[in-house]
Design a protein around this ligand. Structure first.
Ligand code: CA
Length: 350
């Protein structure tokens, strides 16, 4: 089959891509400098940004160029793939790899840069607000600023220096997100030091496997910590077809109940609902990097057609064939419009 080089826009639905990464040239330089300094004790960061930040091989060099472009090249790539609209998010690890003060200032600077891009191309882009989890008490402040500038949600690149949002010290972030009705995109980060070693040794720490395992765990920790009992209107979006969680739901319900009722773990407390209920009421899933019909339809069946949406994962996975594959899914036209357009316009209020 010849390689597809251009996909027309679709008359029946707008294609909205909801996990599209960007980074300023300055931030990319900061990652390269941090890696080269050898000062960071984070093998996951070294593995990811040692490669994407410094290698001149074709793939990492192309990814760097595309991450930093918010104008001609990105729009041309969207046009070629028939993507109408992109929700932009600061690439992993965002500001979360830095110290507290640096993270606060880089979050603000990068939010200003992406806001300017949205202003230049308001019919093509919306953006997610980067906040510094290192300063949860300031989250409401930057979020309020972002909301007034038209941002549509929050980007959080999984753990911050090995700490998870399930820790109540981060809950001011959830409180602010719920109060301002801003969904949080929980995007992968490289697994932290105490998790990554057996993955790294096998070369499986990255997007091939490690990211999904780590982020699935993070989402599950948020559920089992009772975050949604405390913040019932909070909405969290996870990519990569739900980081495998839909496939686990049956067993999660059974074993969570079994462990809680036998008081096996101090950390595992009773919840108001089943684990799967939170997946259906507080979690959205995108197909970033997983444009695979059986997985999309399984997620639609398990958590709901109104909770599963399209994402391309540009520029890490820019594959035009995937758009054709999603167009050709054996689902109704109404479901296809939900998948590509209506779920995204609803959760991000586009
Ligand atoms: Ca991504």
């Amino acid at each position: 089959m010849p390689e597809i080089t251009s996909i027309p826009f679709n008359d029946n639905y707008r294609r909205i891509a909801t996990e599209e990464a960007w980074a300023s040239p300055e931030l990319l330089q900061m990652y390269a400098d941090l890696y080269n300094s050898g000062k960071i004790d984070d093998p996951g960061f070294d593995s990811l940004w040692g490669f994407y930040g410094t290698s001149n091989a074709n793939r990492p060099a192309t990814v760097r160029r595309r991450l930093a472009d918010l104008d001609e090249e990105r729009l041309a790539d969207m046009d070629a793939a028939g993507i109408d609209f992109a929700v932009l998010a600061l690439t992993s690890p965002g500001v979360q790899v830095f110290d507290r003060d640096t993270a606060i200032s880089v979050a603000k600077d990068t939010n200003d840069i992406v806001k300017a891009a949205v202003d230049r191309h308001p019919d093509r882009y919306a953006a997610l607000c980067a906040i510094a989890p290192q300063a949860p008490e300031l989250a409401a402040q930057e979020l309020e600023r972002c909301k007034s500038l038209g941002f549509k949600g929050i980007i959080n690149n999984s753990h911050t220096h090995g700490e998870y949002l399930s820790d109540p010290k981060f809950w001011p972030i959830f409180e602010a997100a719920e109060a301002m009705d801003m969904p949080i995109y929980l995007h992968p980060n490289t697994p932290p030091r105490n998790m990554i070693e057996p993955m790294l040794e096998a070369g499986l720490d990255g997007a091939v496997f490690g990211f999904g395992v780590e982020t699935g765990l993070h989402m599950l920790r948020i559920i089992t910590a009772g975050v949604f009992d405390r913040f019932p209107k909070l909405q969290i979006i996870i990519g990569h077809m739900g980081e495998s969680l839909p496939y686990w739901m049956y067993r999660l319900d059974f074993m969570h109940n079994a462990q809680v009722s036998s008081n096996r773990y101090e950390a595992l407390k009773p919840l108001k609902k089943k684990v799967s209920d939170y997946m259906k009421e507080n979690v959205y899933i995108t197909c970033s990097g997983m444009a695979w019909e059986p997985a999309v339809r399984f997620a639609q069946q398990t958590i709901g057609v109104d909770r599963v949406m399209y994402a391309m994962d540009y520029p890490y996975q820019y594959v035009l064939q995937e758009v054709t594959d999603m167009d050709n899914m054996d689902i109704s036209d109404a479901e296809k419009k939900m998948f590509y357009e209506k779920v995204a316009t609803s959760v991000f209020k586009l």
